[in-house]
Structure formats: structure tokens, C-alpha cells
Design a protein around this ligand. Structure first.
Ligand code: SF4
Length: 328
């Protein structure tokens, strides 16, 4: 690990000031960043520890929603009574990720900002446009079983590895962000992460100096909530395909069908056309197929990951069938 300056921030303003130093990064739980630093993938000169700036509580909101502080650990969020009762898809998604020890340290904000686990990104001897812009993409034509089939570019085919953000996308949660000057803005989780395009080193919409303060969940709905994660082993593995579903039915028809997908793209994938197709219609295998057609329109395998395309179709069928059964 390269030497670096360590500084403890005591407030968001303090953190912003630390971030203004050249080549500075924030650290909270450190479950991703420390690995990247040991591998020399991340080489900050200044490290600002935000672990004690607050934002570590979960609060009820007047409209019935819930605010989860950016420094709430994944474990604390997953076991919180309101999360378990009103947003079970979120609790299940968090518990499907990593291990108990990692969830005890990992934070809500850090989880959103975690970086891809592309093998080439993690190996400084390999070409990677995300780590070293202009060096090429080792995964294109290389080993790419975990890589994207949707929204990829000629520059990068990495996937966003997390589970929590997939559930937050289905729930239409908002990310509250503070700027260097203390000003705040809110971004829907659905628009927080970005596709690689020709700037694959930019993972999300955070501007320099900005930090995440909290995630806000909308008022709960009595919907059927499902998180299904298909992976190579039953724990401590990233999703090949995952689906978070928030589904309501009335009179034999879908009245809500918010579905978000993990493991398929550089961001949690949410396509509003799927909800528009399903809502107002009665469930049927043909309808599910049409939903899968929309999801997979333009899907492009890279060789090793070709299997994800039929797997996503089958998983979508299974999740919708389960949702219909549970909602009946
Ligand atoms: Fe790097 Fe993206 Fe290519 Fe992986 S897929 S090697 S992260 S550019």
C-alpha cells in the first residue's frame, strides 16, 4: 500500500474540506476502498475518514417514509424494524450481499459508491479504461462471465456489483447529496449510477467534493416485494442476474410493477416501459415474455456472459409468477 495522509472529518463541511486536497478520497467502512488500495487500484494521497460525522441513524419521516443515514451500516439497515416491515425487498437485498462481517462495516453511502469487481479493473497489470483511461478494456475479448449485457460501450462492459441499490431502484428511493458549499440536492437512485459510455471511469453522478448524506425511502405501500438473486454459490457471490420487484395487483390485473435488475449493466437497470406494459394487464406467460423482450431489447453478450440473456428472461418469468402467487 502506498503512503497517504489520514485525516478524520468531524462534519460534512470538514469532509468537503478534506476532499479539496489533491487526490483525496473519503473512507467510511472501507470494505471496498481498502481492498482497492492494497491492490494499488486506488492510490489516494489523502484519506478523509468520515466514520464519525453522524448520519448514522434511521429516521421516520412525516410523510411515512424513512431516511437512512449514509453511515448506517448495512446490518443496521437490514435489521431495522421499519425496513423489515415496510421495505422487505431492501432488507432481503442487503442480506443477499457480501458476508455478515462485511455488512457490519459497510455503509449505505459506501454501498452505493462501491466499484465494479471486474477482474481486469482489480489487476493493475491489465488494461482497463475505468482504472487507466485510454489503456483499453481487457474484458472485451477476455474473461467476461460477470460482465454486462445491457448498456455497455466499446470502452467498458463492467457491471455494478451491488444488491442494495437494485432494491432501492425498485422502491424509487432518493439519494440526498451535499455539495462542497453545504448546498443539498436530491437524485433518484434510478439516476444515481451511470452507464460507461466513453467515460467509464465515472461511476455515478457525484460531482467533485460532493458526499452522500442519506437515502430517502417513499411512504410504504402494501405491495408484494421480492428480491431474487441468481449467483454461482449461495453466499458471498455477486449476482449473475438479480431482480427486485415491487408488485401490486387488483381485480386480477397488475396495478404496480416496479422491477429493477442487477448483474446486467453498469448500473441497476430500471426500464419504465416494463411497468407501463404490465400495469393494467392480467398476468400470463405471453405478457411476461413481452416484458422480457423489452428488458432484453438490445442485449449483447460478450461470449462468456451470453448465458445471462436467457437467464434474465427465465428469472423475470419466475419472479413475476411468484409475485402473482403472493399477491393473490
Ligand atoms: Fe475496465 Fe470496464 Fe473493461 Fe473491466 S470492463 S476491464 S472495468 S474498462
Amino acid at each position: 500500500m502506498r503512503p497517504f495522509q489520514y485525516q478524520r472529518a468531524h462534519s460534512p463541511g470538514d469532509a468537503a474540506q478534506c476532499l479539496a486536497a489533491p487526490n483525496a478520497m473519503l473512507i467510511a467502512g472501507g470494505t471496498n476502498l481498502l481492498d482497492l488500495m492494497k491492490l494499488q487500484v486506488a492510490t489516494p494521497d489523502h484519506l478523509a475518514d468520515i466514520g464519525r460525522i453522524g448520519f448514522d441513524s434511521i429516521q421516520d419521516l412525516p410523510d411515512g417514509g424513512l431516511r437512512i443515514g449514509a453511515l448506517v451500516t448495512n446490518t443496521a439497515a437490514a435489521v431495522h424494524p421499519r425496513v423489515r416491515a415496510d421495505y422487505p425487498v431492501l432488507a432481503r437485498a442487503i442480506l443477499a450481499g457480501a458476508t455478515q462481517q462485511l455488512r457490519n462495516k459497510a455503509t449505505t453511502g459506501g454501498n452505493l459508491c462501491q466499484r465494479t469487481r471486474c477482474y481486469y479493473f482489480m489487476n493493475v497489470d491489465q488494461p482497463c479504461n475505468k482504472r487507466n483511461p485510454g489503456s483499453g478494456c481487457g474484458a472485451i475479448g477476455g474473461i467476461n462471465k460477470l460482465h454486462a449485457v445491457l448498456g455497455a460501450s466499446d470502452e467498458c462492459i463492467a457491471t455494478y456489483p451491488g444488491d442494495m441499490a437494485v432494491a432501492l431502484s425498485a422502491l424509487d428511493a432518493q439519494v440526498v447529496i451535499a455539495g462542497a458549499g453545504g448546498d443539498e440536492r436530491t437524485v433518484p437512485v434510478r439516476h444515481f449510477h451511470r452507464l460507461p459510455g466513453d467515460t467509464p471511469w465515472i461511476d455515478n453522478v457525484l460531482e467533485p467534493g460532493e458526499i452522500i448524506l442519506s437515502v430517502v425511502l417513499p411512504p410504504p405501500v402494501r405491495a408484494t416485494q421480492i428480491y431474487r438473486k441468481v449467483r454461482e454459490r449461495s453466499s458471498y457471490a455477486f449476482a449473475l442476474v438479480s431482480i427486485a420487484a415491487v408488485v401490486e395487483m387488483a381485480g386480477g390485473q397488475f396495478t404496480r410493477a416496479d422491477l429493477a435488475f442487477g448483474g446486467l449493466a453498469h448500473k441497476p437497470w430500471y426500464d419504465p416501459r416494463i411497468a407501463a406494459l404490465l400495469v393494467g394487464n392480467a398476468p400470463s406467460p405471453e405478457l411476461f415474455d413481452q416484458a422480457a423482450d423489452l428488458l432484453l431489447e438490445g442485449a449483447q453478450g460478450q461470449g462468456d456472459n451470453d448465458f445471462k440473456i436467457p437467464l434474465a428472461r427465465r428469472t423475470l418469468h419466475a419472479v413475476l409468477a411468484q409475485a402473482v402467487e403472493q399477491a393473490a
